[in-house]
Ligand binder design. Structure first.
Ligand code: F6P
Length: 546
C-alpha cells in the first residue's frame, strides 16, 4: 500500500482542488441536467444525494483512484474477516460480526466468534422477555417499570440516541432513562421521581473502571439500599454489561446477571452488543433485532458494492474532497427529524474519537487534515440559531441534511412544513442569491436607490456551500440500523485513506489520569503539583467551598 502523500491520485486531487477554486455549484447544475441522477444513489431505504458538492467526473475518478491506491477494498475485507486492524491495541474490530444476521463464521485467533455472539444475544432475549413479561420482579415483588442505564461515552450515547429515535415503537411496557454525567444533578434528577422497588439499573461499562460510571453506580446502589435495607435486593435491581467480570463481581453484581462484550468491540461501536440492552428492554427484543438487521443490510452493501456504487465510500470521499478543496475543518450534521435529536452527538463521538489522530499507523506525524469537527443539532432549530454563519459566514462548513419521507408520528400539516424547510436550506446553501437578484428584489419592494445600495452587500448569499442530503423512508428500527452503519463505514473508509488507526483513543487518557490526582488534592490538603494556573484554580475552588 502507498503512503497517502505518495499516491498519484492524491497529487491529482490537489491539482484539481486548485483548478476548482472558482467553480460555483450552481454552474455545475446549469451545465448538467442529469447531475442529480449522476450523483445520487439509494442504499437500504436511504436516498443519498451528493450532487450539491463540487464534484466532476475528473474529481470522482481521482477520488476512487485514491481509494484504490490506499487499498480500501482490502481493508474492508480485513475488517469483516476479523484481522487485527486495531494495530495499537492488537485487536480485531468486529462490530460487524455483532450484527452478522447471515451468521457466516468470523474467526478471531482461530475461534468462530459467532458462537459467543449468538449465545449472548439469546441470553439478552431471555432476560428482556422476563423483565417485559413481569417474570423478573423487584425486591418487594413489584414489576419493573423503569430501566436506568448508567454509562458514559459509547456506553450511553448509542442506547440513548436509539431509544429516543424509536420511542414510537416502544409501547407502555417500561420507561428508559440515562445517567452519564458525574455531576450529581443528573443522578438526583433522574432518580427523584422513581420508585426504587420498580427500577432496574443497567451498569454499562466495557472496562467497569470508568470513574463517572462507577461513582453513579455506587450512588444508585446507596439509593436502593435506603429503601430496601437489604443487600440481597441488588440482585433484583442491578445488571451489568462489561468485559470485566472481576470488577462486576467486586461491585456486588451477580455475574449471572452480567452480559458480556469482547475486546474487539470498541466502545463507540458497541451499540450492537449487550450495550444495546436498554434498547431491547424498552422496545422489545424483536425491534432490537430489526436494528441489527438494518446495520447488517448496510454491511452487505459496503462489502459487496463496487467503490463507485458504495454509499459509505462515496460519503467518505466527498468529505475528503471538501477538506482538500475548501480546507473545511468542520462537518455539520442536521437531522430534520425529531426522533434523531441525539444523532449528531452520537456520530460526533464515532467520528472524532475514531479519526481525530495526528500520526499515521506507523506513528509518523501527518501533514494532512484528519477528522473534521463534527457538530450540529436538529436542523429546524439550527435555522433560527447558527445557520446565519452557514449561509454568509466566511468559513465553509459542509453539511449533511437528514430527513424522512414519512414522519414516525404524523401530525397533520407538520411534516410538509418541516420538509419544505429541509429542501429549501440545501437549495439556498448551494445556489445563494447574487447581486443582480438581490437588486431586482429590493427594487421591486420599492426601496430608494440609496437604500438598495446600502442593503445590497448584506443581502447577497454567495451560495456554493456543499451539502449531502440523506432522505430516509422513515425512522424505523431497520432504517436507523442502516443509517448508523452508513456513518460507521464512512468513518472507517476515511481512516483507511488517511492511513490512521481509527480504533484506539489514547487522546482521552491524559485528562482522565490528571483528574485522578486532582481529585485527591480536592479531598486533601496540598495543591502544588501543577502549573500556576491549575494550582490557582484548584486552590480557589477549595477556598470558596462551604
Ligand atoms: O474515555 C473514552 C471512553 O473510553 C470511550 O471510548 C468509551 O466509550 C467511554 O470512555 C466509556 O468507557 P467504558 O464503557 O469502559 O466505561
Amino acid at each position: 500500500m502507498l503512503k497517502l502523500t505518495k499516491s498519484p491520485n492524491w497529487a491529482r486531487l490537489q491539482d484539481l482542488s486548485r483548478q476548482h477554486q472558482q467553480t460555483h455549484l450552481k454552474d455545475l447544475f446549469v451545465d448538467d441536467q442529469q447531475r442529480f441522477k449522476r450523483y445520487s444513489l439509494a442504499a437500504q431505504n436511504i436516498l443519498i444525494d451528493y450532487s450539491k458538492n463540487c464534484l466532476t467526473e475528473d474529481v470522482m475518478e481521482a477520488l476512487f483512484g485514491l481509494a484504490v491506491d490506499m487499498d480500501l477494498n482490502g481493508a474492508i475485507e480485513r475488517m469483516f474477516r476479523g484481522a487485527k486492524i486495531n494495530t495499537t491495541e492488537d485487536r480485531a474490530v468486529l462490530h460487524t460480526a455483532l450484527r452478522n444476521r447471515s451468521n457466516s463464521p468470523v474467526f478471531v485467533d482461530d475461534q468462530n466468534v459467532m458462537d459467543q455472539i449468538n449465545a449472548e444475544l439469546m441470553r439478552m432475549r431471555t432476560f428482556v422477555e422476563k423483565v417485559r413479561s413481569n417474570e423478573w420482579l423487584g425486591y418487594s415483588g413489584k414489576r419493573i417499570t423503569d430501566v436506568v442505564n448508567i454509562g458514559i461515552g459509547g456506553s450511553n450515547l448509542g442506547p440513548k440516541m436509539v431509544s429516543e429515535a424509536l420511542s414510537a415503537y416502544a409501547g407502555n411496557n417500561v420507561r428508559v432513562h440515562f445517567i452519564s454525567n458525574v455531576d450529581g444533578v443528573e443522578v438526583a434528577d433522574v432518580l427523584r421521581p422513581l420508585n426504587p422497588e420498580q427500577v432496574l439499573f443497567v451498569i454499562a461499562s466495557k472496562t467497569f473502571t470508568t470513574s463517572e460510571t462507577m461513582t453513579n453506580a455506587q450512588t444508585a446502589r446507596n439509593w436502593l439500599m435506603a429503601s430496601a435495607f437489604d443487600e440481597r435486593a441488588v440482585k433484583n435491581h442491578f445488571v451489568a454489561v462489561s468485559t470485566n467480570q472481576q470488577a462486576v463481581s467486586d461491585f456486588g453484581i451477580d455475574t449471572d446477571h452480567m452480559f458480556t462484550m469482547w475486546d474487539w468491540v470498541g466502545g463507540r461501536y458497541s451499540i450492537w452488543s449487550a450495550i444495546g440492552l436498554p434498547i431491547a428492554l424498552y422496545l422489545g427484543f424483536d425491534q432490537f433485532e430489526e436494528l441489527l438487521m438494518g446495520a447488517h443490510d448496510m454491511d452487505r452493501h459496503f462489502r459487496d458494492q463496487p467503490l463507485a456504487d458504495n454509499a459509505p465510500v462515496i460519503l467518505a470521499l466527498v468529505g475528503i474532497w471538501n477538506s482538500l478543496l475548501y480546507g473545511a475543518q468542520s462537518q455539520v450534521i442536521l437531522p430534520y427529524d425529531q426522533p434523531l435529536k441525539s444523532f449528531t452527538a452520537y456520530i460526533q463521538q464515532a467520528d472524532m474519537e475514531s479519526n481525530g489522530k495526528h500520526v499515521d499507523k506507523a506513528g509518523n506525524p501527518i501533514s494532512y487534515q484528519t477528522a473534521p469537527v463534527v457538530w450540529g443539532q436538529l436542523g429546524i432549530d439550527g435555522q433560527h440559531a447558527f445557520y446565519q454563519l452557514l449561509h454568509q459566514g466566511n468559513v465553509i462548513v459542509p453539511a449533511d441534511f437528514i430527513g424522512s419521507v414519512e414522519s414516525s408520528t404524523p401530525v397533520r400539516g407538520h411534516h410538509e412544513n418541516l420538509m419544505a424547510n429541509f429542501f429549501a436550506q440545501t437549495e439556498a446553501l448551494m445556489h445563494g442569491i447574487d447581486e443582480q437578484q438581490v437588486q431586482t428584489q429590493l427594487q421591486a419592494e420599492g426601496l430608494s436607490e440609496q437604500d438598495v445600495a446600502k442593503l445590497l452587500p448584506h443581502k447577497i448569499h454567495e451560495g456554493n456551500r456543499p451539502s449531502n442530503t440523506l432522505l430516509l423512508d422513515r425512522v424505523d428500527p431497520r432504517t436507523l440500523g442502516a443509517l448508523i452503519a452508513l456513518y460507521e463505514h464512512k468513518i472507517f473508509s476515511q481512516g483507511v485513506i488517511w492511513d490512521i488507526c481509527s480504533f484506539d483513543q489514547w487522546g482521552v487518557e491524559l485528562g482522565k489520569h490528571l483528574a485522578e490526582g486532582i481529585l485527591e488534592e480536592i479531598n486533601g490538603d496540598s495543591t502544588n503539583a501543577h502549573d500556576a494556573s491549575t494550582n490557582g484554580l484548584v486552590e480557589y475552588f477549595k477556598s470558596q467551598r462551604h
